[in-house]
Write a protein that binds this ligand. Structure first.
Ligand SMILES: [Zn+2]
Length: 288
């Protein structure tokens, strides 16, 4: 079995000024398969957007920033799918690098959009302070069809049942997704995507307030990451490819070979690294 080099996840979020913006062409990325019936279709390296073939229509999790709309549509086609077959679209959280093309997808497919209640609240009426710190990504307006207002929920389409869990911290109610995907040989792979692993948002309590994130979400994030690190996840779907250090520029040459992604080590290491980062910031703040 082929195996990718295991690299520790890239925990530290870039600070303003550290962020380098590669050229548009250099950000484009062909689709690649990550699980038996799951493809990465963001069309770009920065985002983690996944198309799931349920056997009875497609489910799309997240969309990239608006400038990658064409690239995402092309990626879906290159992966062998028709955008019109998307029935459900889940949005992990309200930031424009997760719902940037969601209106385009809804227009093209007539899909149902699922979103957490806290995230929709932030989308429609963000606090004034948020508008100053979150860049306007010029995301086209859409409306969700299903607003998820419980901490945990499950939704079944075809062969796939998506379990959602609210995991606040990066935003007030980012969703984490977990589902089982069965290969033709009967092997079952449990897949998961944590939808709110951007940790710089929790650097300071003051910063959290400005971003409309209740301060208690930081402790909750720390506790939840520890609990969730015990989940038995075969395949981690990073919500940004840089959350798993080995991805992006280190993909298998065969874009249909998902086996290298079946690595149980990735999930706990990714969550515990992020948790450690947030605990350090919390410690620094309490020592001030
Ligand atoms: Zn975000």
């Amino acid at each position: 079995m082929s195996e990718l080099k295991f690299v520790r996840p890239d925990t530290k979020a870039p600070r303003p000024g550290e962020r380098t913006q590669p050229k548009y062409e250099d950000q484009l990325l062909d689709p690649f398969r990550v699980a038996p019936h799951v493809w990465h279709v963001a069309g770009c390296k920065g985002c983690g957007d996944y198309l799931i073939d349920t056997g009875d229509g497609l489910i799309l999790i997240d969309t990239p920033t608006p400038e990658f709309s064409k690239a995402m549509f092309a990626a879906i086609e290159k992966a062998g799918f028709d955008t019109k077959d998307i029935k459900w679209h889940f949005i992990s959280h309200w930031h424009g690098d997760h719902d940037g093309c969601s209106a385009d997808i809804k227009d093209a497919s007539g899909c149902k959009i699922f979103m957490g209640s806290e995230e929709w609240q932030m989308k429609v009426v963000p606090p004034e302070s948020v508008k100053k710190v979150i860049p306007d990504m010029k995301v086209r307006y859409y409306e969700p069809d299903v607003i998820i207002d419980t901490d945990e929920a499950s939704f079944t389409l075809g062969n796939i049942t998506i379990h959602t869990l609210k995991t606040p911290g990066h935003t007030p109610g980012a969703l984490t997704f977990r589902f089982e995907d069965t290969d033709t040989d009967g092997t079952v792979y449990t897949c998961a995507m944590h939808g709110g692993l951007g940790v710089a948002q929790m650097d300071t309590i003051e910063g959290m307030k400005i971003q409309g994130i209740p301060p208690e979400c930081r402790d909750k994030f720390i506790d939840q990451c520890l609990e969730m690190s015990h989940w038995d996840i075969d395949i981690t779907l990073p919500s940004h490819l840089n959350h798993c250090g080995y991805l992006g520029d280190n993909l298998p040459s065969d874009k249909t070979d998902f086996k290298p992604f079946a690595d149980k080590r990735v999930w706990p290491v990714m969550l515990l690294e992020r948790r450690g980062y947030v605990m350090e910031r919390r410690g620094e703040e309490s020592n001030k």
